[in-house]
Design a protein around this ligand. Sequence first.
Ligand code: IPD
Ligand code: CA
Ligand code: CA
Length: 264
Amino acid sequence: MEKEDLLHIDENIRQWLSTLDDVIPQLIAEMKTTTKQNRFDLVTNVDKTIQYHFEQFLKQHYPQHQLFAEEKNNDEVKPREGHVWIMDPIDGTTNLVKQQTDYCIILGYFVDGVPTLSYIYDYPKQTLHKAIKGHGAYTNGKLIPQPESQPLKDLIISFNSQVMNNDTINALYDAAFSYRFIGSCGLDSVRVIHGQFGAHINTNPKPWDIAAQFLLAEELGLKMTTLSNEELDFATSGPFIISNKGCHEEILKILNSGNGYEIF
Ligand code: IPD
Ligand code: CA
Ligand code: CA
């Protein structure tokens, strides 16, 4: 795609994201929470309305583009063909409901399967992290420097300790400098992108949880793979790590030693 076309889409997306600043406060004021698969699996009017607004935006400006998003049925979507937007309208819904902070909007734009534009909008912090293929990664318009390669012993790592076996958790605690977990796959990944965390691991992400991270990782020289060190499929996702180059191998070794990381 021509650079000019890409920059034009980027401008339109940023403009659309800025419209959320007028919409979200009212949605939060009228927040209605319901559950999906179980009592911990939350969805709100905020998630649904943001996704609806983006769907309308695409219909108006880019009617040929497909939307592959969490709060809709994606049976008709062909994620590897043509122009596809993968969206998590609110990543970190539990944080939105229980803490009113640490949630974000994730958007990844794929052209014939190639990650081309990426956005993680941290609305509570009014901070937009984005990447443009071949043109770097930015936070609020400022170029993000490539994180320096560091060993695991010097790095903070992040993962959901509720869904990993205790032996693996303890081995990771022992090997890393320390542990933190935000509870939003997008924002935990942003910490890695900025070099604040060494790695974020999610053992069961969906395509919308990791859609923006592919290009951000590529532009910043980070590792993003399956937990078996294979290429990740953006359309199906699966257990994933986004990581500083200096600790990727060591973390995967720990995750795959003994009985592995899964809880039996
Ligand atoms: C969840 C968050 C959480 C991660 C889960 C995701 P949601 O997304 O990113 O940190 O551990 O795997 O499903 O449900 O808030 O969009
Ligand atoms: Ca999510
Ligand atoms: Ca979500």
